[in-house]
Design a protein around this ligand. Structure first.
Ligand code: SAH
Ligand code: AVI
Length: 349
């Protein structure tokens, strides 16, 4: 077994690469314009996450109503040695998509036995540059044997930047639920495409449960989720030279039963208009009209399995909390069906 020699200076153990390109600015502008000119106005939820939005999300994680983080942490605390057993002996990359803060990854890192961290590299991938840099630096000092490759990127566009070696990819928090059905499938297919047969993918999914619990989780009594929702407009005002009047909007989060998802909207309480100067775009809303800001899909095992199958992934294990509210699904890449194997009984998994 080969051990990599560690460099002694913390700064030698941390590299941060920014893959957010000038091209992305143009693409983002087109995406925002397209969303705000639809009959049902829509904004992609990635625009929540400037530095303040990332901070607000961390406050959401501590809310009594937001059971998701507590449930997932409980699973991680119990199962982290088993999960990190993947690296035993060989080392490799622990990739975290949409990494945010460190609270979950620390539980996994703490479960690595002996000098295992020396053979491991942590690769957080996030669009929120400040949050990623801050979190990476904190880890650098907390784990003196760990190498970190921070990747500032949009995981819907730049998944090819994930290192090609042996890896465990994690995507926690049920961020997968923030995609629409087609976006989710496209994302899962991209993850499968960057995986090799021995790699593993650990995916957090929030399970379907009572509408009361779900709606409470997105309508907290302290108004933190409302502030998080509103931050999408604050972020556009700052980054695109826009002038949305925040006081003309209110937070709405409802469980849409037939779609098995919570939808977050910003509802205009009166007629209001905004100009997004950098996009040369004017937007107006009637009283009661909404901007749809987030999808929070909730999953049955069947729905999730269906997505995995279509994306070429196979669930090896479902790890759940005692209430069965949240699941961490350990996945591998499906074996590719051999062309012409149909007559011999083609196998997809
Ligand atoms: N994984 C953490 C954070 C979840 S919040 C947890 O489970 O608590 C969602 C995270 O995904 C945020 O850190 C946000 O900045 C990041 N994110 C959202 N959209 C993204 C995108 N398109 N590309 C990269 N990161 C994104
Ligand atoms: C990041 N994501 C999984 C959160 C969720 O629950 O869908 C974002 C969030 N939106 C409102 N509260 C939390």
């Amino acid at each position: 077994m080969q051990t990599r020699k560690k460099l002694s200076q913390p700064t030698d153990r941390l590299q941060i690469h920014n893959f957010l390109l000038e091209d992305d600015r143009g693409e983002n502008g087109r995406e925002i314009t397209a969303g705000l000119t639809k009959p049902q106005k829509r904004l992609p939820s990635k625009y929540f996450y400037d530095a303040y939005g990332s901070w607000l999300f961390e406050r959401i994680c501590d809310l009594p109503e937001y059971y998701l983080t507590r449930s997932e942490l409980a699973i991680l605390r119990k199962k982290s040695p088993e999960i990190m057993g993947f690296f035993n002996g060989d080392g490799g990359d622990l990739v975290e998509l949409g990494s945010g803060s460190n609270r979950k990854i620390k539980i996994l890192l703490d479960a690595v036995a002996g000098d295992g961290l020396r053979r491991l590299r942590y690769v957080p991938v996030d669009i929120s540059d400040n949050a990623l840099e801050e979190a990476s630096r904190e880890l650098l000092y907390a784990y003196e044997d760990l190498d970190i490759l921070g990747v500032i990127a949009d995981f819907t566009r730049h998944l090819e930047v994930i290192p090609a070696g042996r890896k465990l990819i994690t995507f926690l928090g049920s961020t997968i639920g923030n995609f629409s059905g087609p976006e989710r499938l496209s994302f899962l297919r991209q993850v499968a495409a960057v995986m090799k047969p021995g790699d593993r993918f650990l995916l957090g999914v929030d399970m379907l449960k009572s509408p009361e619990l779900l709606e409470a989780a997105y309508n907290d009594s302290q108004g933190v989720t409302a502030a998080f929702n509103m931050n999408i407009l604050r972020n556009l005002n700052r980054s695109l030279n826009a002038d949305f009047h925040l006081e003309d909007f209110e937070h709405r989060a409802v469980f849409v039963e037939e779609k098995e998802r919570v939808e977050m909207h910003l509802k205009a309480t009166r007629a209001t208009a905004a100009r997004l100067a950098d996009l040369d775009l004017e937007v107006s809303l009637r009283p009661g009209e909404t901007i749809h800001t987030e999808i929070c899909q909730k999953f049955s095992r069947d729905r999730a399995r269906w997505d995995f199958q279509k994306a070429g992934l196979v669930a090896l294990e479902w790890l759940t909390d005692p209430q069965g509210w949240f699941s961490l699904v350990l996945l591998k890449k499906a074996r590719v069906a051999v062309v012409g194997a149909a007559s011999r009984g083609m196998e997809g998994a």
